[in-house]
Design a protein around this ligand. Structure first.
Ligand code: GLN
Length: 307
């Protein structure tokens, strides 16, 4: 496009038939690139006045005008980046849905995964089982990233104070923003630092710690889907040579912070269950150690109680 064209004001609308033609081709391109064409529809829903059913029934084809929320060339370029650079859709939209939160995400912060949603229910279930008083004290989300788990905890434990920690300033800025837009900022305190280090004042008092730490073996981080390997922060994924460095650290450090009976929950990946259970057993300060599968039946979480 020449400079002259670039200066032309861009139209915030497009005719239905133009959009339909582009959409047909973009769908074909998506399928060829092994990307679900549903993602294309999500992009158009986000950046135009089209709704899910307009797209499903292709009824927009006859509309004289579709209102756009971004200039058309920008939308085309975003889709192009999805296909060619394999940028995750959530980064292109700037939003990820998690539980019923709509969270802001950006490169530099891990996109919260659907399987992690369960970690919040696990914490709630553990509290219901062993003692409701744990719901009213201090909880920690270590390595909070987008703040997703902290928000989930704030919601299920309305009387708790949530302490959310991350080493990344960028992640914390996003987590704070997410707490604000979700209306939970008064319930969550944010700290910059490594794991427990900013929370020494809570030693011996914490009711529960929940963490989705990096747990992928370093070598595997380079061989994940291109969306993950190329675009998501490796410091949120890479758990060292066997993937368990952070889980070992959390298992070793948490007993100093948890009160007796306090809950320890971490996420892990398939195949790590036995090793994580052994880390917790040999630490010596935990009881009722359990490995809990996700909805796909894979080892996903470890839960234990401070003796
Ligand atoms: N579950 C994430 C993935 O599959 C990894 C998150 C993590 O390491 N904590 O990419």
């Amino acid at each position: 496009m020449g400079d002259r064209d670039r200066r032309l004001p861009e139209s915030p609308t497009l005719s239905g038939s133009q959009l339909w033609q582009w959409w047909r081709q973009a769908r074909t391109d998506a399928i060829a690139a092994e990307i679900s064409p549903i993602e294309l529809d999500r992009l158009l829903e986000a950046f135009s006045d089209l709704e899910r059913l307009d797209l499903r029934w292709e009824s927009f084809r006859d509309r004289p005008q579709i209102a756009l929320k971004r200039p058309w060339p920008e939308i085309v370029e975003l889709w192009d980046r999805r296909l060619k650079e394999r940028v995750p859709l959530q980064y292109l939209l700037g939003t990820a849905h998690w539980r019923h939160f709509s969270l802001t995400v950006a490169p530099g912060v891990l996109i919260p995964r659907p399987e992690t949603e369960l970690i919040v229910d696990l914490a709630r279930g553990a509290v219901e089982e062993i003692g409701k008083n744990l719901a009213e004290g201090d909880w920690a989300d270590l390595g909070t990233g987008s703040g997703a788990i902290a928000l989930g905890l704030a919601e299920v434990f309305p009387k708790a104070t949530i302490h959310a920690v991350d080493r990344s300033h960028q992640a914390l800025a996003i987590a704070r923003h997410n707490a604000k837009i979700s209306g939970w900022e008064h319930r969550i305190r944010f700290y910059q630092g490594s794991w427990w280090t900013p929370l020494t004042f809570l030693k011996g008092e914490v009711c529960g710690v929940v963490s989705n730490p990096p747990y992928i073996p370093s070598e595997e981080v380079l061989n994940l889907q291109p969306e993950v390997t190329r675009h998501e922060p490796h410091e949120a994924l890479d758990g060292g040579s066997d993937g368990l460095d952070c889980i070992r650290h959390l298992a070793a450090a948490s007993p100093d912070y948890l009160r007796s009976g306090g809950i320890f929950i971490v996420e892990m990946m398939a195949g790590q269950g036995e090793a994580v259970a052994e880390i917790l057993r040999s630490q010596g300060n935990y009881h009722s150690i359990q490995i809990v599968p996700d909805l796909a039946g894979l080892d996903r979480f470890a839960i234990a109680h401070r003796k």
